[in-house]
Design a protein around this ligand. Structure first.
Ligand code: OMP
Length: 277
């Protein structure tokens, strides 16, 4: 079984380490000339994969924008995840789940089990019910060669209220980083990644010893810049997977414009060819 980080490194080496964030809100659908309906969402998803599925390494659909259309929207999301896989890209399903016990196990089964309708290569999870409560997702991810990205230092300004709070002499964000390091060491497979925003002057946590993937939102529309990533992440820069949503999808729906923008963004990643594993 090839682990998530190895799969990510392989596709990133071939295509560039860029994750495309897919948040099809009504304004974006309208800008693409589509109705804010499940069939508009379906056409959007198809056009997106046709334009970028074989070009970029990772695509991250945000579940809420599909859930808003109920079962019809979930069906579109299922097809989108399958289409991303067929195009050779990896999917990160952005669900930011976090629960306890058998409920967390059920979430893990829903998104990380082989053959589940909504299974993705990786998901986002929230550790604020306690890092250990996420263990069922970590276990299933390791078992199935998938990944789990834990929110640690998010890009939004409100995040610091919790994530920079001090506990036993260090930040909550640092506590999450340290627990992720320990959990990856315990499983022997770096299936656990972290979400760390690019919008900060300094991160408030030390990532030097972290060996998983670091998903980095906040670039473009939220003010973060590709050129700042090496300084911001220091020795952990090689683990960074930059994520761009609005800044890229705003170039649609024209297929060539989307592809050109993706090439431009990949070119902006400092030393774009690299991606450690
Ligand atoms: O988990 C995420 O993807 C995420 C974490 C975070 O700290 N900040 C953040 O903006 N995101 C997501 O990134 C997407 C927005 O990306 P942009 O359109 O590039 O700003 C949304 O789906 C957010 O939920």
């Amino acid at each position: 079984m090839t682990g998530y980080l190895a799969r990510l490194s392989q596709v990133s080496a071939a295509r560039g380490a860029l994750c495309v964030g897919v948040d099809p809100h009504p304004g974006l659908l309208s800008a693409w000339g589509l109705e804010s309906t499940a069939s508009g969402l379906e056409r959007f998803s198809r056009q997106l994969v046709e334009a970028l599925g074989e070009q970029v390494a990772v695509i991250k659909p945000q579940s809420a924008f599909f859930e808003s259309f109920g079962s019809a929207g979930i069906a579109v999301l299922e097809r989108l995840l399958a289409d991303i896989r067929a195009a050779g890209a990896l999917s990160i399903l952005d669900v930011k789940r976090g629960d306890i016990g058998s409920t967390m196990t059920a979430y893990a089964q829903a998104y990380l089990a082989d053959g589940a309708p909504l299974s993705a290569d990786a998901i986002t999870v929230s550790p604020f019910l306690g890092f250990g409560s996420l263990q069922p997702a970590f276990d299933l991810a390791v078992e199935n060669g998938r990944g789990v990205y834990v929110l640690a230092r998010t890009s939004n300004p409100e995040g610091g209220q919790v994530q920079l709070a001090q506990t036993e002499g260090h930040s909550v964000a640092q506590e999450i980083v340290d627990q992720a390091i320990a959990a990856n060491a315990a499983s022997g497979q770096p299936a656990i990644g972290l979400v760390i925003g690019a919008t900060h002057q300094n991160l408030g946590c030390d990532l030097a010893a972290f060996n998983g993937s670091i998903l980095v939102p906040g670039i473009g529309a939220q003010g973060g810049r590709m050129s700042d990533l090496p300084t911001l992440f220091g020795p952990a820069f090689g683990k960074v997977l930059p994520m761009v949503g609005r800044e890229l999808l705003g170039s649609g729906p024209d297929r060539q414009s989307l592809r050109d923008k993706a090439v431009q963004l990949i070119g902006q990643i400092p030393d774009a060819a690299r991606h450690d594993s």
